[in-house]
Design a protein. Structure first.
Length: 266
């Protein structure tokens, strides 16, 4: 054994799991791949935090939203556009009114919203909202302009690009112009489920470039990344998905006995 170890983190999303393997920058013996006395620049930290925010938002989307949920934009009537401060109060009131409507009608609202500023200075809000709330209700509650429907949420739930778009993620890592330092990049309803990471230190210095699939699960090969992070440390990222159970004409399972829900340990 080389004396090095790595941290394996698993996010259980039900039908799929995300696995990330990294080296901790603060652990003794894990600096071999980093240049001596290299310090993190503010730009690197900024980009790192940005990628982390996109990843966390992707997890929220995967856990809480499905095909057919709303992807809408709330805009303001031309000539009546509010200041950024007033826009925040307006959209917060919209969601309070939405929650009240849901309480009266036996519905539940789950949502994420972000504020963007267009090239011409127009403020608008992007909203991901669960289905079951009629479009005419949304339009009635948004009294300040138009409601436009974007591309519907897609069935494979690969929400990385959507998360990056919602956070206005650019190649140079700039923050959205609608957000300032110290402000939230996105706002989420309190009833959203959140992924609890399972972390484990693996007492070996290396992981397999092609991870082994556990029984009952298949590796999404397109998701597999063996890369180097912004600080020079190797990492691995991949997604596994639960296999669909095969049954015979009598409805009996054709799956191998003992197929479980174990984790990859390599």
């Amino acid at each position: 054994m080389s004396g090095k170890r790595y941290l394996r983190t698993e996010y259980d999303l039900g039908e799929e799991r995300i696995i990330v393997k990294t080296y901790s920058a603060g652990m003794l013996g894990n600096h071999a791949s980093r240049k001596p006395k290299e310090t993190a620049t503010s730009e690197k930290v900024k980009r790192h935090n940005r990628k982390k925010a996109v990843f966390n938002l992707m997890l929220l989307l995967k856990l809480n939203f499905i095909k057919g949920d709303w992807n809408i934009t709330l805009t303001y009537q031309k000539g009546l556009r509010p200041t950024k401060e007033n826009a925040k109060k307006i959209v917060q009131k919209f969601f309070r009114d939405l929650r009240r409507w849901c309480e009266r009608n036996g519905r539940t609202a789950r949502y994420i919203w972000v504020t963007h500023i267009g090239k011409k200075g127009g403020i608008h809000h992007h909203v991901i909202l669960n289905q079951g709330i009629p479009f005419d209700v949304i339009c009635d509650l948004w009294k300040y302009g138009a409601v436009s429907v974007g591309h519907p949420l897609y069935p494979d739930k690969d929400y990385r690009q959507l998360a990056a778009y919602l956070l206005d993620d650019t190649k140079n890592g700039d923050c959205p112009s609608a957000h300032e330092k110290g402000e939230r990049l996105y706002n989420a309803s309190r009833n959203l489920k959140r992924a609890e990471p399972k972390r484990k230190w693996i007492n070996t210095g290396k992981w397999k470039k092609n991870p082994k699939e556990p029984k009952g699960w298949s590796l999404d090969k397109d998701s597999l990344i063996n890369g180097v992070d912004l600080f020079g440390f190797p990492y691995q990222f991949y997604i596994i998905r639960k296999k669909t159970e095969r049954r015979d004409k009598h409805g009996r399972s054709l799956s191998d006995k003992g197929a479980g829900h174990g984790s990859i340990q390599t």
